[in-house]
Every structure is written in C-alpha cells, then in structure tokens.
Design a protein around this ligand. Structure first.
Ligand code: NDP
Length: 443
C-alpha cells in the first residue's frame, strides 16, 4: 500500500499504477456479524458506534468484469453508516445475504464482516475487462447507487431498479477503507479544485438533495419557491440550501443552535428558525399531536417570508412530519427521504387532501442525477460542506459524532491521504471559488 500511496502522491500515470502489485489485505472499517445483537434492548441514542465499528485488515476481493478497484484517499460519514453501526432499523447483514443470492460475483459480498461507507474520492488502480470509460490513474469520486444494469426495471430511473442497493450499506466493500471495489457506473470525475477530503463528502448527500429538489423525480423546485429545510446545516440540508439559492428560491432554514444559524446567514439564507430557541412541542405525548404548535411554527415561517412553503424538505420524520404536512402551502409538496427520529409518521389528512398537497418519496439518485450534481460541484457552483476530518482509525468516534448530532455539514475521513489539503489540481478554479466558501463549515 505504501508503494501505491507514494506513486499517487508523485503523480504516477495509469500504467505505472497498474504495474504496482495490489497488497493481499487492506485496512477497512468493519462491523462484525457476530456483534449484530450487541445493542439489543437499548434505546437508540445509547447505542454507540464506537463499540461496533472497528478497523481491521481484510483480504482484497476479486474484481468482476464491470468493476474497478479504487485507492480511497478519503471518505465520509453518512447517517447510513450510523444506522449500520447501531444495527437499526435492521442489521445490514441480511441485505448482504440477499445480494449474495443474485449471482456468482454477488456471493463475494456475503461475509461475516461488513465494510461500510458510501462515499469516497480516490484513484483507480484496476478496471475489470468490461470497463470502457475509466482506466487506472483516473481520479474519481464515487456515488453509492449500486444497480444491476442487466435488470430491465433499472432502465427508466435506475433508483426504481428491483435490485437497486446502496453501496457500503446494502453491499459490502464500502468506502471507509484504503481500497474499495465499485461498479464502473458508480464512478464520476473528481472535482479538480478540491482536496481529497473535500471531494469525498459530497456524492451521497449532494446527489440526494439534487434529486429531492431539482430533478423531475423530486419536488421540481422553480424560481421563487419558498422551501422549508429541516436540518439546514446538516449533511443533506446544507446542499439543499445551496440548491434553493442557486435556483432562485427562498430557503427557510431550520437549525438548533446560534452557531448553525450564523453559518446559514453566511450562506445567504436570510430566513432562519432556531428550533431549540423556539422550543416547538409538536407532540403532547407519544400518541397526540399538538396542532397549536404546528400553527405557531407556520406563523413563524409566515413572519419571516410572508407566505407558506411551496416545498418542505423533510427527513427528521416522526418528530416533525405532522408539522411539515401542515405548514406546506395549498398545492405544495413535501419531499421526504428519511425518518431520523422515527419512521412511523402521522399527519392530519384533512390538511392534506383539502389543501391538495403532494407527498413525494425520494431516495438517493440515479447515475445521471448524481453525475449532474457532481458536475455542479466540479464547476464550483455547489460547495462541499466539510466541517472536520478524522483519520480512518478514528472512524467509530466520527460516526458517534454524527449519531449525536455534534457536527455541522459533513465529517470527512482520511483513508490513504495522510494529511488534509492534498489532491488539488485546479488551483485557478479554487482561487476563483475562494477559501471563504470552501471553508465555511470548517471548525
Ligand atoms: P445529519 O445528521 O448530518 O443532519 C440532519 C439534521 O437534521 C441534524 O443536523 C439536525 O439539525 C436535524 N434533525 C435531527 N433530528 C431532528 C429532529 N428530531 N427534529 C428536527 N430536526 C432534526 O444527517 P443527514 O443530513 O446526512 O441525513 C439526514 C437523514 O436523511 C438521515 O436519517 C439519513 O439517513 C437520511 N438520508 C437519506 C438518504 C436517502 O437517499 N434516502 C440520503 C442521505 C441521508 P438541527 O439540530 O440543526 O436542527
């Protein structure tokens, strides 16, 4: 691995990288199947990723014809790694078992350990015999849509594919490692003005927000739309704010601290609600909603922007969903991709049907959407929201911070990269975008 890293740092060309033998094993952040019951009976908040997510040496898997082996320079923590690490809502080992039944190559994924991680930036070391558009030496970012391209159901919108999966969550060989094995149709060019760690944090969250707001498959935001964004400085929310501003919309960002409110103001989001300060109690108890609080929340939004949201960017789930469905404008859209606080959601249907609203379910992004979202990053039109980085051996702590909502934006993880700031090749674009924007979330 040292030879590979040295070659990458010295700018080795593809043939040179391809000539270096791959090691037999590599470092990877893994969960053990034997640990899947370790948190049984505990409350979600008490389940600690530091206890389950550990660094191990694992063997390099064989390469299928449609795949590439990538030297991972950096990766990031997504909330799906938190879900995997606390074995909620289900253990991901069941997904690996189901995948294994699909083909001879898929059998490789069913192991007693799960290498997690659904983001990555790095350099291609090997490509399989069927790969046409990529070669060793290409600098890439990796999106997490793992799709069977011989499945007819995946050929309209690949997110509708019967066997669509999320790499590093529902598949093995994820990105929190020194090497990863991915399908060629997960690869995208690395934005040249970004460092490895800045480039590694975008693909999952940026593409998700792009589909939710911009794509025809999502809420189809248009100029002037008021968009209510929960968790507006979190992973997906911080990209959502940028899409709304870029698209001529009016973001209303909800956050939970003055520091996060400050970041939003700096981004150009003028309408900000600090939910901790406001102290909304949308539920009286586990069973009953507090409609008066929905009204108060709606009133606060109107006080800021003078109208109700055309779109609500929803993901906290049970704790906020009733309020989101209530405050959306007549004819408006609630678009949801998650349920961090609980997936059994409730809302008052009277305000939904009488006010002719739409509810759109959204999940990650197809290759085209991910590629378009990556292109906007590469052009300096959407910025990474990296707040801090950890090293690969600190991966449990990094996941713990995201689980505990102790972070802003994205947490990056240095894998093969030994320090921050490396990997930039377009210094001109970097200067044009400016450090102030690129470091806006940094602590
Ligand atoms: P982050 O933890 O980075 O950000 C989420 C933010 O939501 C938090 O910072 C917090 O912001 C806010 N939040 C959390 N709980 C609540 C609550 N009970 N009420 C109101 N706000 C809350 O996570 P991500 O943005 O990366 O992901 C958010 C969710 O989306 C996760 O569940 C994740 O699994 C899911 N997801 C789904 C994807 C898909 O493809 N389906 C893709 C990406 C993410 P604050 O405290 O400032 O209000």
């Amino acid at each position: 691995m040292d030879r590979i890293l040295e070659a990458i740092n010295n700018g080795a060309v593809g043939e040179q990288l391809a000539a270096i033998p791959l090691p037999g094993t590599y470092r990877a952040a893994v969960l053990q199947k034997a640990d899947a019951g370790m948190f049984t009976g505990m409350a979600s908040r008490d389940k600690d990723p530091r206890k389950s997510l550990k660094l191990h040496e694992v063997p390099v898997p064989e390469l299928a014809p449609d795949e590439a082996i990538v030297a991972v320079m950096a990766s990031s923590i997504n909330f799906n790694t938190v879900w995997s690490a606390i074995f909620e809502p289900v253990s991901t080992f069941a997904s690996l078992g189901r995948l294994a039944r699909e083909s001879t190559w898929a059998k490789r994924h069913d192991l007693p350990y799960h290498i997690v991680g659904s983001d990555g930036s790095g350099v291609i070391l090997r490509v399989g015999s069927a790969v046409r558009n990529w070669k060793p030496g290409d600098r890439v970012t990796i999106h997490c849509n793992h799709v069977d391209d011989q499945d007819p159901s995946a050929h309209d919108d690949s997110m509708l594919g019967a066997n669509q999966r999320i790499w590093g969550y529902e598949t093995n060989f994820g990105g929190l490692a020194d090497l990863t094995v991915v399908k060629a149709n997960q690869l995208m060019p690395k934005p040249a003005h970004l460092s490895w760690e800045e480039a590694s944090v975008n693909a999952l969250c940026n593409s998700t927000s792009y589909r939710m707001l911009v794509s025809q498959n999502g809420a189809r935001m248009k100029q002037g739309d008021v968009v209510l964004i929960w968790g507006a400085t979190g992973g997906i929310g911080a990209y959502a704010v940028q899409y709304v501003l870029n698209g001529g919309g009016i973001p209303v960002g909800v956050v939970s601290s003055p520091e996060k409110a400050r970041i939003l103001h700096e981004m150009g989001c003028e309408a900000v609600i600090d939910r901790s300060k406001a102290g909304y109690q949308f539920w009286n108890d586990d069973e009953t909603h507090n409609e008066g609080e929905w009204r108060r929340f709606g009133g606060d939004i109107r006080a800021l922007v003078g109208e109700d949201p055309d779109i609500v960017f929803e993901h906290p789930g049970r704790s906020t969903f009733g309020a989101s469905m209530y405050v959306a404008k007549k004819g408006g859209t609630v678009v949801t991709c998650a349920a961090t606080s609980g997936f059994m959601m409730e809302f008052d249907n009277r305000y939904f049907w009488m006010r002719l609203k739409r509810l759109v379910g959204s999940h990650f992004a197809n290759y085209r959407e991910a590629y378009e979202a990556n292109r906007l990053i590469a052009k300096g039109m959407i910025d990474p929201v990296l707040s801090r980085t950890f090293t690969l051996d600190q991966v449990g702590e990094a996941a713990h911070q995201v689980h505990g909502n102790m972070h802003e934006g994205k947490i990056g993880v240095l894998c093969l990269a030994e320090k921050e700031g490396e990997g930039v090749t377009d210094h001109g674009l970097r200067a044009k975008v400016g450090e102030a924007r690129l470091r806006r979330f940094r602590r």
